[in-house]
Design a binder for this molecule. Structure first.
Ligand code: PLP
Length: 368
């Protein structure tokens, strides 16, 4: 039985979007390919709220994060993290021999702009990386406040992971002064996995010119100059079927209206939190709880795999915890094209399970 996915990506993709992927393949060096990629870039500029150039990558978001940290760090990167994916920026830097320091707020808290200011005022850094919506801890960071601080350091390149927010939670790239913003196809955009998209500022590109070892496939400067020169065509062969789906789905997103989409996600987040608080505690402090994914403290020590088996019989799937929160939490993803009615169906099933459960037995099941 196919299950409706309430995991924080990949999301269930509508059948009309999937159908786009069966269109005949075109050559990637044709005028049609340029037209397709130009169109996607124009639509993504609206979704990112930017006039900056858009780069498409046949890879997942991690690859573009790696490309960004490598293409834009000259001296040392400051990484602010409240979960696994924030930490990933640090890991990617170290594995590429890039000097970087990792700063974390208190558990369950958003990144504090004052902490960022204090760190940046040391003058040690030329790149700062922050995750907008941390999918492991379910925390959304306060980008407007962070932007006010970061704008005081105009030489810094600011990279933002918008992987699980862009298209679901408002993130205005130009207004905030974000140099590089990255999103993956399989989250709030409601597409299959396999592509990542980034917006990149001219300032970031100027920085890349002074950096010697930027790699090849994910060298942002190479990508930027190639699409300029080749009318939106890329160095290597892109996932054309996915781009058909993307082009189509971006029209649907813009038809829904970005503001309507953000309001729907707010309501999805609010309903999920209000429901789950009857049975468990939220992992993040509520002021910074995400509207695309709810991370729940497993305060009753339930067997999440067992819960998912029961939910699976009812046609749904949720997610266990991730990274260092794997055993302490579980998560409900509510993003992309998920409707209020679909979420309510899941919450009704969860209610049915929770009210009928003998929690003692569930714990025994885990131990036996
Ligand atoms: N950043 C965040 C916030 C994520 O949620 C994820 C994936 O779940 C990633 C980065 C990595 O993205 P991808 O799986 O597309 O490489």
């Amino acid at each position: 039985m196919s299950k409706k996915l309430f995991i924080p990506g990949p999301v269930s993709v509508r059948s009309d979007v999937l159908a786009q992927m069966t269109k005949p393949i075109i050559g990637h060096r044709t005028e049609e390919a340029s037209h397709l990629q130009r169109g996607i870039s124009k639509k993504m500029q609206k979704v990112f709220y930017t006039k900056n150039k858009i780069l498409l990558s046949t890879s997942s978001g991690t690859a573009m994060m790696e490309g960004a940290i490598k293409s834009f760090t000259q001296d040392r990167a400051a990484i602010f993290s409240n979960g696994f994916f924030g930490d990933l920026w640090h890991e990617l830097a170290l594995r590429n021999n890039i000097e970087a320091d990792l700063y974390r707020p208190k558990e369950g808290e958003a990144i504090d702009p004052n902490m960022v200011d204090k760190v940046l005022s040391t003058g040690r850094y030329d790149l700062v990386a922050i995750t907008h919506n941390e999918t492991s801890s379910g925390i959304t960071n306060p980008m407007e406040e962070l932007s006010k601080v970061i704008k005081n350091y105009p030489d810094l390149i600011w990279c933002v992971d918008g992987v699980s927010s862009v298209g679901g939670i408002k993130l205005e790239v130009d207004k905030l002064g974000i140099d590089v913003c990255i999103v993956s196809s399989q989250k709030c955009l409601g597409l299959p996995p396999g592509m990542a998209i980034a917006s990149v500022s001219k300032k970031a590109i100027e920085r890349a010119r002074s950096i010697e070892c930027r790699g090849y496939y994910l060298d942002f400067l190479e990508l930027y100059e190639t699409i300029d020169r080749e009318d939106y065509q890329y160095i290597s062969t892109p996932a054309i079927p996915l781009m058909y789906a993307m082009d189509y789905q971006l029209d649907k997103i813009l038809e829904e209206g970005l503001e309507n989409r953000f309001s729907r996600h707010k309501e999805l987040g609010r309903l999920t939190r209000n429901f789950i608080k009857k049975y468990f505690d939220l992992y993040p402090k509520e002021y910074c709880a995400s509207n695309t994914v709810t991370t729940i403290k497993n305060t009753r020590n339930i067997d999440v795999d067992f819960l998912n088996t029961k939910l699976g019989e009812m046609g749904f799937q949720i997610s266990n915890g991730y990274g260092y929160l794997k055993d302490k939490t579980f998560r409900i993803g509510h993003m992309a094209d998920c409707t209020i009615e679909e979420l309510q169906d899941l919450l009704d099933c969860l209610e049915e399970i929770f009210t009928s459960w003998d929690y003692g037995k569930v714990v025994q099941l885990r131990c036996s």
